[in-house]
Structures are given as C-alpha cells and as structure tokens.
Design a protein around this ligand. Sequence first.
Ligand code: GAL
Length: 686
Amino acid sequence: MLEKIANGVWKLVLGEPEELTPVKYRKFDINKAGLESLPQRDVAPEAFQALEWKKTKRGIAVTLPMETTEDIFGFGLQLKSLNMAGRKRRIRVNSDPPADTGESHAPAPFYVSSAGYGLFADTFRYTDFFMGTNSVKGRSAGKTEVNQIHQEFSESALYALKRAGEKRTIIIDIPGVNGITLYIFSGILKEAVQRYNLFSGGGPLVPMWGLGVWYRTYGGSDQDKVIQTAEAFRTEHIPVDVFGLEPGWHSHSYSCTYEWSYLFPEPEKMIEALKTQHYKINLWEHAFVYPAAPIYQDLLPYSGDYEVWNGLVPDFADEKAVEIFSDYHEKNLVDKGIMGFKLDECDNSDYNPSNWSFPEVSTFPSGMDGEQMHNGIGLLYQNLLGNIYRKKNLRTLSQVRASGALAAPLPFVLYSDLYDHRDFIRGIVTSGFSGMLWSPEVRSCENGGDFLRRVQTVIFSAQALLNCWRIPNPPWKQVDVEKNLRNEYMKEEVYYTQEIRRLLQLRMSLLPYLYSAFMEYHLYGTPPVRAVVLDYPEDSKAAVIDDQYLFGDSMMVCPLTLEDGTGRTVWLPKGTWHNFFSGEIFEGGREYQISAKLEEIPVFVKNGALIPLAEPVEYVSPDTVFRIRVKSFGKGEQCFALYEDDFESLDAEKGAYNQVLISRDRDGGISWERRGTHPIRYELEI
Ligand code: GAL
C-alpha cells in the first residue's frame, strides 16, 4: 500500500524490511515546509500502479515498467556515465571501480526518471538496478528477421539494444533481505530531486568561508613550514580561506592516532598563528584507530571483528562508539579551534594490495555486517563529525571520500584520487542528482596548461580545492612534482602566480551568488551545481550533456580539459545566452564551436539574469562585508534574492537571515531592498 507521507512523497513497504537502513540512521527531519512550497501532488506516479515484487533465493526483486524513451539519472556520484537508461548499476562503495558498473565513492540507491518520479530504496545492501536492460521470456516470440550481413556484423550493431518499440522493465535486485521500504517522489527530474533532498533534510547550511579557496598543504610540513606557507599567501595576495593538514600531523597516520606528531610540537601556537591570519584549519584523518590512539582501548568493544591498517574499525552505527569518537574529537581538536575534517579512506578498495578495508563478512556490535557498513560508514562518519559542530551551533564544511543515501544535509564535499579531468567534470554533473557535493580537486598537473584548465573547473564547483599534499611549494610555482620537491621553480612562475590570483579572485567574487544558491538548496532542495537536463528537461540534447553544467540558477559553465586544447563544442538550450565575460550574445537551441584561450573558460548566462558580484576578499572573517555590484544580462523584469546572515551559526535554520532582493524593472532600472533586520553583510553599489 502506498502511503503518502508528505507533499509528493509516498512510502511503500514490501515484505519485512531490514532494521538497519539509511532512514534509521538519518539525523535530520524531513523538511516539510520545503516540500509544501513545491507544487501539490496528490496522485502517486503512474509507474507504481504496475509495480510487482517477489521473494527470490537471493533476497527480493522489485519490477517496474519503463518506457522506451525514458531517461534515468542519479545513483549518486557516477564518474563514468550520465544517463542510466539501458544500464545496470551496482550500488557498492568502491574507490577503484573497475569499469562503469555504478560502483563509486558515493553510489546511492536513488534515481529519477523522466517519466515523472524519483525512487529511493532504503537499504545499505549492494543493490543492483537493471534500468531497462532486460526482456522477459516470450517478448521476442514470433520474430522472424534474418541477419543482414553487411549491416549487422559490426560490434555496435551486434550488441545494440534490440528492443525498438518494446516497453522495458526496471528490476531492483536486493540481496539478503526479506523486504524493502521504497520512497517515491513525484515530479519531473528537478522537482523529484528537490523532494528527495528535502526528504533527506534539505541541503546543508554552509559557512561562507567554506565556499572560499581551500589549500591542502604538503604532508611532510612541520609547524613552522605551515605557518610560513600560510603567511606567503597573505603576502602574495592569494585568496585562501581553508588550510588543510595532511597525514603528517598524526603521530601515526595509517591507522590514526588523532594526536599531534613531533612535527607539531606546539599545535596551539600554530592554530593561533593561522587563526590570526584568518585561516580555518581542516585536519586529514580516517576512521581506523591505531593501538597507540588514546581512544583505542575504549573503542575495542565497540568495533568490528576485522582490522584495517592495524587499526580498529569503530562501529559508527553504535551510539557508544559514536560518543567515544566524538568526545575525543570535540575536546582535543574542535574545542582547540579545528574547523573541519577530511574523512579519508572510508571508501573500500578492491585493488589496493594492503589490508585497506574490512571484508563483507565482518560483523559489528550494532548488528551491521561488512556489506552494510561499506555502504554506510561514510554517512555515519559524516553524521558523527558534523554533529560535533551542530551541537555548538557552528557550521562546518568538510571533506569525505565515501557517501550514499540521504546525504543532502551533510556538510561534506566528496573528492577522489582518480584524476581524469573529464571524469571529474562528469562528477560535478552527476553528483547533483542525489544530494551530493563534489570537488574536482586540483592535484598534480601535466603542465601549466593542465593546471589552468583544472583550476578553471574547480573554481566553478562546490568546493574550490587545491590538494597540494604531495608538494612543498604551491603548484603555480612548479607543477612538476619532482622539481617541486627539489624546490625548483618554473621560469613562468610569475605568469602562473598572476593567473592563479586572477582565477581565485573570480571565485571570491562569486561567493554571495553561490551562497544564495546553497541557501536555496537548504530551503528548497535545489542542487546549487547541477546537470543541464534538470533545468531543461524538454531540451532534445540536455539528457546527454555531461561536460557542461549549471552553477547556481543562471550560469552555464563549459570547462575545457588539456586534451580539448583551445576549443570545444557547447550546447545552449533554447533562449538567448550571454557570454559571462565578454557579453557576446548567442541564440540557443543549437550547438556552437567555442574557442577559449588557455586563460579562458566559457561561461554563459541565461538571458535576463542578475548576477551579484563581490569585490574579491582574500578570506571571509566574521566582520567581512561584501561590496557588491550587480551585473545585468538582458532586459525585462527580474529579481534575485541574496541571502544574508552571520554565515557561521545555524540560526538561519530558525529563519535568522535577511533577503536582499535585487530587482530590475521594465525599463532596466536596478534597485534593491533588504528584508529582515539581521546583521548587514552586503553593501550594494547601485
Ligand atoms: C589519499 C587522499 C589524498 C591524500 C592522501 C594522504 O588517500 O585521497 O588526498 O590525503 O591520502 O595519504
């Protein structure tokens, strides 16, 4: 029986579901106010009239109809493909997926269909979704065509989907269970995504500083070197907000002690020095607890029966383990001024020749087994560390390498060691379907051109992160790792320093615009960075565009990779578009060949948009007031809502924010109005 549980959201219980599932561990309430703001939907999506399910030897199988023309998106972070129609997806956390199987750092048992619904299967099991890849026996009965030699003997023709005109089926194969709870969200693509995100709790409230620039420093740095690097950014006017320390800060890091190493004899002094320069510190760690860690003995009874890298695997599904791990972090790190963490290595791996991960047969005191824990540990870990800040009424934005179901409210951004730039761009596009944020981080680079191309992508993503953990000098001084380690600078060092400053300043000028997109994510579940098809579901090409995306409501970003050279094709949906930098006008509904010098990234703005641009600051502090100019693209009445608050506490959850409404009237006149009496953080120059 379909039970309506909120506007446009239904619950369907089949058989006897398991007890330990993502919904059980969700720490956020359903955002009912957000759901109420969406169109009222009283009738459940049609596909569910025809749903069938049965118990199988393996677990259970659910089947749903699928139209031949249906497009399917989602399943969490997917680096290898966008449209999942005609594909099989395996929901299994794996940091080294062997191929385009659905496995990734953050797969989710959630998809949206162009037929007007989204579906979430509430399980941590390694579920297989067969998205129209099957024909039941009898479908082909009576066919009589014979081979047409010349046309049919190519690989693509032989293996093509041979089902033109047929209806397809979706099969959801959930092993090891006697039942499942499904949640169904109505609406065409974007609306269904919004409902899923709001059902998860809505997007996170992110601190404004988290949207600034992140620099992860060399893993071998000692505390003096950290301070020196941080000072150099200020002297050279390179904007940086977050300073990340890598494994070297632990006295033992694989597995972790969570204690400062000999390289940091006076961590309080360093924290103070960085704070004085307005940096936020983020610490690398992973969940596996080394025997010498102060929490090891306490965690022994609350951990799994296998070790990882000689460390315990704490049972984050057990309240006691959560308490021990959180208390230690709170007292020893958060209370000392650490503003976030990078939760590494929680994403399994099939190919690493070490005891990286625990086996699926593991058991945990909470009753979770290894399979469930693999799909759950990233989420549980994010909840645990995120909660330390929540309790203090503080926001964080942190990093994580594994995630999954119902992740929208978790203030963590995904990243990866895989490094194909094209795949990283696709990750920006796909992560937005399932409540996830993704950083196409910049790490090593082939050459200066590769560096610029990657930085261009990263500044137009959810997190502008330079991960320099392998190199003692910033990459704009030397991109070659070996030369960087020898402290040899490139001869074009001055040029690249200028370019990086310019690009990072561009990011800083976009902060208020991006912050507002994040507030809309929080309030209405709209992903701040998202696939073109979400805004243009009717567009004939949008369903296959995985190399350009929307950044906020109005900007279409079309990055280039080193391989692209200085040109690429861009698809512009119907309507008029403006080049963000030059103002040049393009009529949409067609493809363009765009050239872009190494210093340029093509960004187009929807006709009519108003974009607030801030005078770039080098960091965000509690008294930063952004000076804002408004760039107006096109004509006609228009309004843009800037959200303004303390940018740091969770008070905005209770409505403690202003809206600064920027409007353009019919004659092109621009004006603004502040609604609310909370502290002023924007000065508009109009
Ligand atoms: C990797 C991580 C890198 C870096 C490294 C340090 O697994 O993805 O960004 O932190 O660990 O050992």
